[in-house]
Design a protein around this ligand. Structure first.
Ligand SMILES: N[C@@H](CCC(=O)N[C@@H](CS)C(=O)NCC(=O)O)C(=O)O
Length: 216
């Protein structure tokens, strides 16, 4: 049975799933849910697919999955992918970066995305006090991430893993979001590597079109 996925690549967690599924070479059937038109709130989507009314979501027979990182873990195991290592210590390391991304990295990067991209798109202005309030926290997180990326090519070693895709996703519009990355040389080197991955590039067109129409 093929994995059914429901998402809009314009959202961070949807883009993560789309790129991650390709990385683990998953066979899936893509169901586009228009996030800006509120497709995730449609009665039939909420009733039959995801009662949380969010994207991304995945269905495999009687298994209904939400949480982008859980979808990636499941798809990686289903496809016996080395992007989710079997070695227990390596796997634990991937798991902790996935949890860190959801609990700390995503919320911090999201503040920059909302203020510097979404607000202007809606005709507003970034709130500088919100941005400067978040910057200290973001810098603390980025310092640890940058140090880790100084030890090897990718986050848990020299091979790309689903944790790399997860951590890159909240940074997907880092220029427009004005993430203060300048002094983090390892982080900049690494995000450039991720952006070269064909699985990542494949998702770029949809994102640009929806969020940065003037770039077209
Ligand atoms: N932690 C969840 C987050 C899912 C989530 O909140 N998705 C957002 C878009 S990124 C959503 O659909 N929000 C509902 C809405 O804005 O109506 C994941 O990683 O998948």
């Amino acid at each position: 049975m093929v994995l059914e996925i429901y998402l809009d690549p314009v959202t961070i967690n949807s883009r993560k799933v789309l790129a991650g599924l390709d990385l683990v070479k998953a066979d899936y059937h893509y169901n586009y849910i228009n996030y800006f038109e509120g497709g995730q709130k449609d009665e039939s989507f909420v009733k039959n697919i995801n009662p949380f009314a969010t994207v991304p979501a995945a269905v495999d027979g009687d298994l209904h999955l939400t949480e982008s990182n859980a979808i990636l873990q499941y798809a990686a195991d289903l496809n016996d992918s080395l992007a989710y290592p079997k070695d227990l210590k390596k796997r634990a390391n991937v798991n902790r970066w996935l949890l860190w991304e959801t609990s700390s990295w995503f919320p911090s990067c999201y503040v920059f995305l909302i203020q510097n991209v979404v607000q202007p798109l809606m005709g507003g202005k970034p709130d500088e006090s919100v941005l400067s309030g978040e910057a200290e926290k973001w810098n603390k997180l980025a310092t640890v991430l940058n140090d880790e990326l100084g030890k090897h090519k990718f986050i848990v070693g020299d091979e790309v893993s689903i944790a790399d895709i997860a951590i890159a996703a909240p940074m997907h519009l880092h220029e427009a979001s004005k993430l203060p990355m300048d002094k983090y040389t390892n982080l900049k080197r690494w995000i450039a590597e991720i952006e070269k991955l064909p699985e990542w590039q494949k998702t770029q067109g949809a994102v640009d079109k929806a969020l940065l129409p003037n770039k077209q």
